[in-house]
Design a protein around this ligand. Structure first.
Ligand code: FMN
Length: 355
């Protein structure tokens, strides 16, 4: 029997064998931005476990784009060479792999989470963070507002990182435009108080993201998918907060500029009301964006069972099911889900006697 969760999907020329996606998850094990044995095993295990698409953790386009000193990067050739064996191993398992590119903006320059995740000043090896405006996203520091020249240089950093992603062999690129990081700092009025062409109106606040999408599309192959992760809503009652209607409008613009998939996450400035954080709570965001724009969507957040995942695809709420913590608990979730849904899926040859 076939189940919708294990139906293939074509995105441009990319063939995904099923709808299960490994969500980006920062590991904080990469001094100098270099991946190594940890990433080979960590990402490779989920490919062995049967996901259709692996998305790497948020990978910085410049040293100042990092959230911590231990984030992965794609700002130099050594990092390209380090990614290559990881990319090749994942692909050899029949999975595809996208790199999630980001810039942490005003949330940058932090210590390792195990060391307290506090802001690190320049004298201690950190840097002065820059954002849309001079805002405090950390109680111990205030970011500086980026100049227009600096914004244009940033777009260039994303363009160069996208070129390196192609060199490294990645199948697709995802832009991290949610969770209170740089793009989100620009599109939400909670943090964007500019009065130039990058602030004020909706079109101005999304300009950085749109210009980055255009710059990346111009340098990657036409056949290569481009994904964007948004925070569909700010968890805030402030009148300036970003709402689902804004995300629908943004998704339509991104689609016009060649974005293929929008993954609908949420939040980034402050915590949500815990009582609302229930299984599947973010799925309606993906559903609304998909219904209103026709763009392919990814649903993410507290999806933990094969039945939930299958229903999301079967009911047309989203095109992809993006799993984070459940895949940390069980890298073989896709193989288990296929069995639970009475569906055949390829099993790695050395493991066939177990299935
Ligand atoms: C350890 C960890 C690291 C994360 N790092 C990232 C990241 O690099 N980029 C990102 O977009 N989301 C990141 N997230 C958020 C997840 O991708 C996901 O959206 C969130 O955990 C909700 O999905 P879940 O309920 O399946 O865990 C991270 C989550 C975890 C648990």
């Amino acid at each position: 029997m076939d189940s919708p969760l294990f139906s293939p999907l074509e995105i441009r020329s990319l063939h995904l064998k099923n709808r299960l996606v490994m969500s980006p998850m920062q590991q904080y094990v990469s001094p100098e931005g270099l991946v190594g044995a940890w990433h080979l095993v960590h990402l490779g295990s989920r490919a062995v476990g049967g996901v259709g698409l692996v998305i790497t953790e948020a990978t910085a386009v410049s040293p100042e784009g990092r959230n911590t000193l231990f984030d992965t990067g794609l700002w130099n050739e050594a990092q390209v060479a380090a990614w290559q064996p990881v990319v090749q191993f994942v692909q050899a398992q029949g999975a595809k792999i996208a790199v999630q590119l980001w810039h942490a903006g005003g949330k940058g320059s932090h210590a390792h989470p195990a060391a307290g995740f506090h802001y690190i000043a320049p004298a201690e090896g950190g840097w002065i963070t820059k954002s849309a405006s001079a805002v405090s996203l950390d109680p111990h520091q205030t970011s500086q507002a980026l100049t227009v020249a600096e914004i244009q240089a940033l777009v260039g950093d994303f363009r160069e990182a996208a070129i390196r992603a192609v060199q490294a062999g990645f199948d697709a690129i995802e832009l991290h435009a949610g969770h209170g990081y740089l793009f989100h700092q620009f599109y939400s009025e909670l943090t964007n108080h500019r009065s130039d062409e990058y602030g004020g109106s909706f079109d101005n606040r999304i300009r950085l993201l749109v210009e980055t999408v255009q710059a990346i599309r111009a340098v990657i192959p036409d056949v290569m998918p481009l994904l964007v992760r948004l925070s569909a809503v700010d968890f805030s009652d402030e009148p300036q907060a970003w709402h689902l209607a804004d995300s629908v409008r943004l998704a339509a613009v991104l689609q016009q500029h060649g974005v293929d998939v929008v993954t609908a996450s949420a939040g980034g400035f402050g915590a949500p009301d815990r009582s609302k954080v229930v299984p599947l709570y973010q799925v309606p965001y993906a559903e609304k964006i998909r219904a209103a724009t026709g763009v392919l969507t990814g649903a993410v957040g507290l999806i933990t069972t094969p039945e939930q995942a299958n229903t999301i695809i079967a009911s047309g709420q989203a095109d992809l099911v993006v799993l984070a913590r459940e895949l940390l608990r069980d890298p073989y979730f896709p193989l288990r889900a296929a069995a639970a849904l009475h569906t055949k899926t390829p099993v790695p040859v050395p493991y066939t006697r177990a299935f």
